[in-house]
Design a protein around this ligand. Structure first.
Ligand code: MN
Length: 480
């Protein structure tokens, strides 16, 4: 019964697809149902529930037809007799490659020491740059598995949650899929630290109840102001997710000091109106110092764009307002996948191009791949640069730079510009002169001292640098 309900839900989501596309998806559905017919999930339900649910998540992102077909078929190569070649024949090579890619990425094992499996791991990781849809399907797969984790053993629950935090949360962040990221974080916390999760969940509920009036009042007032100024808009309220709240509280923050605990998302029609809206909000609500960020002028490394300003809202509570265009908001919710919605015809191509040129994760991945010949070195660098915590530091102009934890002024300098790295003779962090080997911390303000008399990067710089980009530039300079 439930299968039929889910099937209907999926096909109801397919309103923007052509008749042929829907037929193809139906074909994938029937094939998947047939192939998995003898399998049941741990919950006792028919297995097909899982692939349909994955396809539903993808359809909510308005994924293209091939991606939805691959979502339906994503476990068939692994669990049933069908081969990649047969899928290619039945559908097309793209669908076959997607299913194959998802199958391989599921076998990714970061901790193996055998060289053959190291080489294999490397191949899988480099492969995901060729078609980002593999990551998106894998994220949808993981999201559904995490949503239904209650049927697994406690050991499996913890293992999956840990892996989700280590690999899939960063991946969701890198492609800017914030909705998926925050749901994955909450689900992981629930299984990793059940007690803390429960306590935080209760606090979260109380906060939502307690702030409801304040947020609605502000929403009403701002909507009024915008309408008086004839700015088309849509406003939504949001409370920080449970994991985010847990993290802040465990860092010792008090609830009333968390500047982005409560937020209003304000969507307007164009960029000029974003800045006009900012001015209108500041003339009604007092902003707090230092919490204004212009991610429109200076987008995050995953292309998130928005203006952030935290103000004293109703009852003097801190409320963060996020001001952006409707298009930017799509990117903020679904990341790269919003391309499907914004440019239906050449979405795939635009996605891949932007990935290579704009998204830091893919630039770093490609750079690590070309810089490190040795498989073990490659993987070590992937872990220490991409699957690690981030720090955010400021340039003297106030721009925010994201770097992997453990980065030094050397990494900072080369991120700004190769010439700055090559002519660096010292660094000033928060008004103090520091060693260029010193590890930077969150919110450090960094100034690089350069000199035209500099001899260029020293021999030991390469080893002290954390990022591949800096290492590579130092190596290049020293080769000359
Ligand atoms: Mn699966």
């Amino acid at each position: 019964m439930e299968v039929e309900v889910l099937k209907e839900k999926l096909f109801n989501n397919l309103t923007n697809y052509s008749e042929e596309e829907i037929q193809e998806i139906e074909k994938a559905y029937n094939l998947a149902k047939d192939l998995h017919s003898k399998q049941v999930r741990q919950s006792g339900e028919p297995y097909i529930i899982h692939p349909i649910s994955v396809a539903i998540i993808l359809s909510e992102m308005k994924a293209d037809k091939d991606t939805i077909c691959a979502g339906l078929l994503h476990d068939t190569i692994e669990d049933t007799p069908i081969t990649k070649e047969e899928i290619a024949r039945e559908f097309n090579i793209d669908v076959a490659n997607l299913v194959d890619g998802v199958t391989k990425i599921s076998k990714l094992n970061f901790s193996s020491k055998q060289d053959r499996s190291l080489a294999n791991t490397r191949k899988i990781i480099s492969g995901i740059t060729e078609d980002v849809r593999i990551i998106i399907i894998k994220l949808a797969d993981r999201l559904h598995n995490m949503r239904t984790l209650e049927y697994k053993t406690e050991f499996k629950q913890k293992e999956n949650s840990l892996e989700t935090m280590e690999i899939f949360v960063p991946l969701a962040y890198y492609i800017g899929a914030y909705r998926i990221k925050s749901e994955l974080e909450d689900l992981s916390l629930k299984y990793l630290k059940p007690e803390e999760y429960k306590k935080t969940e209760e606090k979260h509920l109380l906060i939502e109840e307690d702030s409801k009036h304040c947020l609605e009042e502000m929403l009403f007032n701002i909507k009024n102001i915008l309408e008086c100024n004839e700015i088309p808009n849509e406003i939504k309220t949001r409370t920080k997710n449970i994991y985010g709240l847990y993290k802040k509280l465990s860092e010792g923050k008090k609830i009333e000091d968390i500047h982005d605990l409560l937020s209003l998302k304000i969507m307007v029609d164009d960029i000029t109106n974003c800045y006009i809206t900012l001015g209108l909000i500041h003339s009604k609500y007092n902003p707090i110092n230092n919490k204004f960020k212009d991610y429109i002028w200076n987008p995050k490394t995953n292309m998130y764009r928005s203006l952030h300003t935290t103000v004293f809202g109703e009852d003097d509570r801190l409320v963060q307002t996020q001001i952006r265009t409707f298009d930017m908001d799509e990117v903020a919710s679904f990341g790269l996948t919003s391309y499907w919605n914004q440019s239906k015809d050449n979405a795939r191509e635009k996605m891949q191009n932007d990935l290579k040129e704009k998204y830091q994760f893919f630039k770093s991945l490609t750079e690590i791949n070309t810089t490190f010949g040795d498989n073990q070195e490659f993987l070590t660098q992937i872990k220490r640069e991409l699957f690690t915590d981030k720090i955010y530091v400021y340039t003297t102009k106030g721009d925010i730079i994201e770097l992997p934890k453990g980065s030094t002024p050397i990494d900072f300098a080369y991120r700004i510009h190769t010439d700055i790295g090559n002519s660096m003779i010292g660094a000033i962090v928060n008004d103090d002169k520091v060693s260029i080997y010193e590890k930077l911390k969150n919110k450090d303000r960094v100034r690089i001292i350069t000199s035209s008399l500099s001899m260029g990067p020293g021999k030991d710089w390469e080893e002290k640098a954390q990022t591949t980009h800096a290492k590579r530039k130092i190596r290049e300079f020293n080769k000359r």
